[in-house]
Structures are given as structure tokens and as C-alpha cells.
Write a protein that binds this ligand. Structure first.
Ligand code: UD1
Length: 416
């Protein structure tokens, strides 16, 4: 077993290069099987979710290699094979293989996807969206068995699901029909997938959650630099706010982080923006900056909710954080309480009253962002914290320990 060991109370100073977005890279890996030619995902993060997705592609016959930080996908040998639970159960994005296999082969059979246990995470929007463009799906205990009966149609999502929008984009990119998606997800990572499909020769146009896709007969390879990881950047902002100091984030688009930067500025941190950099400086004590409700983009990201709660744990006053997307996203709250946080959860809202200092302790992460939140809290806490559940954090943060150590944090990874 592994643990992060953090000696809290060290201010963070320096610069950190933000990685490319996990949530952009994963559906792009699925998109690679829409062509026979190599697809190069530049500066691809080394995270276990990418390895799991590469495992799926390799099983199907593609070849995946890292070369000087780029992920090179050679999809020409890809075959249509059923994907069993041992392949799909490791991550939520495995569900994107449904749309990708349908586009390439006209049928797909995949076991249910996995991913962090943060809610029931149903698939009705995926299947409804695909049905609207001619995909018939039979669901049984073995998973999803889909077949394309015709191509194209109109999809009207009742909620702008990220994964469902991606699945329809993938399924619609190859073929004869024309597809329009209304109320699709507007997350930068979803638009980035549309951008990759265009770079591969696809005919995709989009604006404000409406996507128009004209299927094409073939797609070609591409070399593509995905969008920066706004969630990693937001996590570092929360870490700097919690620990204090001054940190510069390089290679990040501040526009994608405005709901968080506005809040953190309200908490008493100074935020400076320059080109593709954000500088955060925290010298004074933190104060509560009003309540937060998570929402689809461009709202406050649910993937930053836990890390921001860790900031609020030492912000004077009360902050209520309402989680509107996932019903079980507060597993970290009990762990923060073990570190001295005054946090209670009722229904979908965490009520946090800031205390002057958290103290160290032994805590466990049970999902990716919850794990990041515990590290965020530990960096600002008095004394030593041991955070278990490293495997969750490894799913989405490339070299987190190394980056934090560069900033002066006293964090190590222990094998116990
Ligand atoms: C993606 C992100 C995840 C992020 C989330 C919301 C990836 C790999 N993961 O997850 O990090 O937290 O977007 O920004 O990109 N829903 C349904 N039916 C469906 C699909 C979704 O009811 O068929 C519900 C979900 O239960 C949830 C909400 O819609 O309550 C949002 O889910 P969705 O946008 O689909 O998120 P994911 O694609 O799973």
C-alpha cells in the first residue's frame, strides 16, 4: 500500500507547468480508432486513466507508445471485439469506446464503465443521444450491445452531459448522415474533442453547446495538442490558497477557471493573469467568500468542489457548497473533519465553518478529487498528515508529488 506523507505548514513558492487535460485526452484516445493513420496526442499526461484507456486500445489491436512525452496511437490493426468489465471497469471514459466502435464498425459491445464512485452515473443520456442518431442498444448484465441502423439525426439533451455529448460526436463523425446536438456539453474538453475530429478531417461545427456534425467517409491521422488541464490548475490554486505563498501556473487559460479564481480572490488571495499564466499569492488569513453551487461549464466545476472545500475549511466564516451534479461527492468531508475541519453535510450541501488551522492526521481518499482535497488541506495543516488511497490521485495527476516538491512542499510518497 502507498501513502502520501505531508508535513504541513510550508508555504508554496515557484512555478508549475500545467499538464494537458485528462478529460480531453481520454475521449481523444477513443477517437483515434476512427482512422487507420497514426494519431499523436502531444504532451499527454502520464496518469493511470491514460494507461487504462491504452489497455483497451491495445486489446483491440492498436499500438500505443509514449515518445518524448507524446502519446502515439497506431490504430490500423484495430478490430471490433467485445470489451469486458476488466477493461471498461477501470474508468468512466471507457464508455466513449461505444461511440468510437459504432463509428468505425457499426456495432459495439462493451461492459459497463467504471470511474470514481461519486454517484449512480446512469447512461440514459448516452443511449438516448445515440438512439436519436440511429443506434439501437440492448442492455443486459453484461453491458451495452449497440448497433447502428442508420446515420444522423437530431439530439436534444435534457442535460448537457459531457460523456454523452462526446459519445454522439464520436458516433456521428463517420458515416453519411448529418447530426445536430442541442444542449450539448460546453466543457473546453468536449470542444477540444470536436477540434481533434476536425483536425482529422471531420466536419464538425459548434457554438454554445450546439454541435453540427456532417459524417464523412474517412478520417485521417493528426497531431494534436490538447487543452490545458483546468482541473489540475484549479487544484494548484486551491493548494496555494490553503498553504499560502506565491505560485505561478504556466500554460493555462484563466478564462476556463473564472468561477474558482473569483471565489479564491474573494477569500483574500491575489490573482494575477498574464497571457497563459496565472499567479496566485496568499499572504493574509482567508475569509469566507459566499456560497457555491456546482454546475456544468461555464459554472463552478464539480471536479474542483472538494479541493475548494479544503480551502474553505480555514476561511473565517461559513461557506455552503452545494453539489448539483453528483450525489455522492462528499466522501472527503468526514476525512477533513478528522483533521479538525468544522464540516457537516446535509443532502447535497456541505456546510463549512472555517477554523484557524487544521491539524494533521491519517486520512483516506476514496476518489480522485477527494484525494486532491485531502492533500490540499494537509499542505496548510499543522503537523504531519498521511493520506491513503494514492491510486485514486494517480488517475488524474501527473507527478503531483514532484510538482509540489518543486514548490517547496514537504510531501513524499511512502510504501507501507
Ligand atoms: C465528466 C468528467 C468528470 C466531470 C463530469 C462533470 C470525464 C472523463 N469525466 O464525467 O470528471 O466531473 O464530466 O463535469 O470527462 N448523467 C445522467 N445520465 C447520463 C449521463 C450523465 O443522468 O447518461 C448525469 C450524471 O449522473 C451526473 C451528470 O449527468 O449527475 C453529469 O454527468 P456527465 O456530464 O455525463 O459527466 P461524465 O461524462 O460522467
Amino acid at each position: 500500500m502507498e501513502q502520501f506523507r505531508i508535513a504541513g505548514g510550508k508555504k508554496l513558492y515557484g512555478r508549475v507547468q500545467i499538464a494537458r487535460a485528462k478529460n480531453a485526452v481520454l475521449p481523444m484516445m477513443a477517437a483515434a480508432i476512427l482512422t487507420d493513420e497514426p494519431v499523436v496526442i502531444r504532451a499527454c499526461p502520464h496518469i493511470t486513466d491514460v494507461f487504462a484507456m491504452a489497455g483497451i486500445l491495445t486489446y483491440l489491436g492498436a499500438v500505443c507508445e509514449y515518445r518524448e512525452g507524446d502519446l502515439i496511437l497506431h490504430p490500423q490493426g484495430t478490430q471490433n471485439k467485445p470489451l469486458a468489465q476488466n477493461l471498461t471497469g477501470g474508468l468512466r471514459s471507457s464508455v466513449c469506446m461505444l461511440g468510437a466502435l459504432l463509428a468505425r464498425f457499426g456495432s459495439a459491445s462493451i461492459a459497463f464503465p467504471g470511474g470514481c464512485k461519486i454517484g449512480t452515473r446512469p447512461l440514459d443520456l448516452h443511449l438516448g443521444g445515440l438512439a436519436a442518431i440511429g443506434v439501437h442498444t440492448h442492455v443486459d448484465e453484461g453491458g451495452l450491445h449497440s448497433e447502428r441502423t442508420h446515420s444522423g439525426g437530431t439530439v436534444r439533451f435534457t442535460f448537457p452531459s459531457v460523456g454523452a455529448t462526446e459519445n454522439v460526436l464520436l458516433a456521428a463523425a463517420l458515416g453519411e448522415g448529418e447530426t445536430t446536438i442541442y444542449n450539448g456539453a460546453r466543457e473546453p474538453e468536449v470542444e477540444d474533442l470536436a477540434r481533434l475530429l476536425s483536425a482529422m478531417g471531420g466536419d464538425v461545427k459548434w457554438k454554445d453547446g450546439t454541435y453540427r456534425i456532417r459524417g464523412v467517409r474517412r478520417l485521417h491521422g493528426a497531431t494534436f495538442l490538447p487543452v490545458a488541464d483546468r482541473i489540475e490548475a484549479g487544484t494548484f490554486l486551491c493548494m496555494a490558497a490553503s498553504a499560502g505563498g506565491e505560485v505561478q501556473l504556466d500554460g493555462v487559460n484563466e478564462k476556463f477557471l473564472t468561477p474558482l479564481t473569483e471565489k479564491i480572490a474573494g477569500n483574500g488571495c491575489k490573482i494575477y493573469r498574464e497571457y497563459d499564466r496565472i499567479i496566485i499569492s496568499r499572504k493574509d488569513d482567508l475569509a469566507a467568500a459566499g456560497d457555491v453551487t456546482t454546475a456544468p461549464y461555464p459554472g463552478f466545476a464539480t471536479d474542483l468542489q472538494a479541493q475548494y472545500a479544503a480551502v474553505c475549511a480555514t476561511a473565517k466564516g461559513t461557506t455552503n457548497i452545494c453539489e448539483s451534479l453528483f450525489e455522492s461527492r462528499f466522501a472527503y468531508a468526514a476525512e477533513l473533519a478528522r483533521m479538525g475541519a468544522d464540516i457537516t453535510v446535509t443532502h447535497n450541501t456541505a456546510h463549512i465553518t472555517g477554523v484557524p488551522k487544521l491539524h494533521g492526521g491519517t486520512v483516506f481518499a476514496s476518489d480522485l478529487r477527494g484525494g486532491a482535497a485531502l492533500i490540499t488541506a494537509a499542505l496548510g495543516a499543522e503537523g504531519e498528515t498521511l493520506v491513503g488511497g494514492c491510486k485514486y490521485v494517480d488517475r488524474g495527476y501527473d507527478n503531483l508529488v514532484g510538482k509540489l516538491r518543486t514548490l517547496g512542499a514537504d510531501i513524499r510518497r511512502l510504501i507501507i
